[in-house]
Design a protein around this ligand. Sequence first.
Ligand code: COA
Length: 438
Amino acid sequence: MNWKEIYESRKCSADEAVKLIKSGDTVVLAHAVAEPVAVVDAMVANKHLYKDITVSHMVTLGRGEYSKPENSDVFRYEGWFTSPSTRKSIAEGHGDFIPVFFHEVPKYLRQDIIHVDVTMVTVSAPDEHGYCNVGVSCDYTMQAIKSARAVIAEVNDQVPVVFGDTFVHVSEIDAFVENSHPLFESKPAKIGPVEEAIGKNCASLIEDGATLQLGIGAIPDAVLAQLGEKKHLGIHSEMIADGVVDLFEKGAIDCSQKGMDNGKMVVTFLMGTKKLYDFCDKNPMVELRPVDYVNHPEVIAKLNNLVCINACVQVDFMGQIVSDSIGTKQISGVGGQVDFVRGAAMSHDGKGIAIIAMPSVTVMKDGTKVSKVVPYIDHGAAVTTSRNDADYIVTEYGIARMKGANLKDRARQLINIAHPDFREELKAQFKERFNADF
Ligand code: COA
């Protein structure tokens, strides 16, 4: 059969495609923007067909219906990163969470440390050679395709064709469900005065020619907005969002000084709006590579002048950084935070730095402010970046450096960049914690 015959013979409805799922299976969903909407809906709608289905993935932008209590008779959600729609299932007890460094996910799938039976992905329509493109998400998606017994692909002609390790031949896919629809979008967060001040503080640590990694959340775009005057910046990042397009258009990014993959923005997934997806479509400057390349600390260490910028929820007096939980509540995952923090520390030119940036306070729904600098992390919280790994911590009030600083110095620096409303209380807690004057 030629590829067209293969494609035609495997084309079916979403309801037909999900019959490839068998009771007891683990279904892995492609990551973030690549989640296939119609087949996920069909899997849930046809739940009477199976028993004991585990659904796993990292970020989801979808509704996460399989993680809801009313579907827990059939589905068990087991995330490697949780998102707003799936967090509750963990708190409610019927869902669960596997801690894992993002760069290790493909290895776990390859070695069956994390099991996969069925992989569900979104791809572009096949090209003239019979290759579909995973477009927005290479990360673990490519390995999940290889490791699964069955692969179901939603074919969406709005998926950009992005270069890199992103092409899948139609023969590797068992069912094609055509569904043209706009991709998920993650709109840029609002940049207010606090984010702007954080962006300026981070920008003061970034030289011309730096290679940037940008994490998830509001802060990375705020930093990029301050870099318009820089020259020869490079991108090697787990993800990129719209802020990178804006900065490229200002002429600040040419990827000429990276030291490896020169001239290319190397990324493992895209999460922005149509503006980003259109920018990356058939753009020779953008390459998506698997996460065990992009996020591997040994690869990251080979980059010149690396600056990693990630966010967190809370930091304690010792520089322990909590980014993926609030007390016992799992709110996200480690993602690539520690991959990049460690890669920067190992950097071949000794210039790699890792910034964790955060507003000094969180404003809760009832309007109360909570300091992100705390003497002790919340009961039950998980340390994401350890005190041994922590490097720069930035708020709107300044910059603290953990590396080389003793415990009391760390706490002093952190209190000095905490919100002024909390500093006196934190100083009193310093005295109690360290049995010493501030
Ligand atoms: N105490 C209580 N609640 C807090 C808090 C604190 N100290 N800090 C944050 N929160 C709450 C917020 O109120 C918000 O709640 P909501 O979802 O109910 O509105 C939630 O936690 C998320 O905080 P927010 O500041 O809005 O998140 P963000 O979108 O800017 O993302 C992280 C920040 C830390 C959650 C995110 O960067 C992350 O998940 N990091 C870990 C993974 C990572 O760094 N990957 C890097 C490569 S992609």
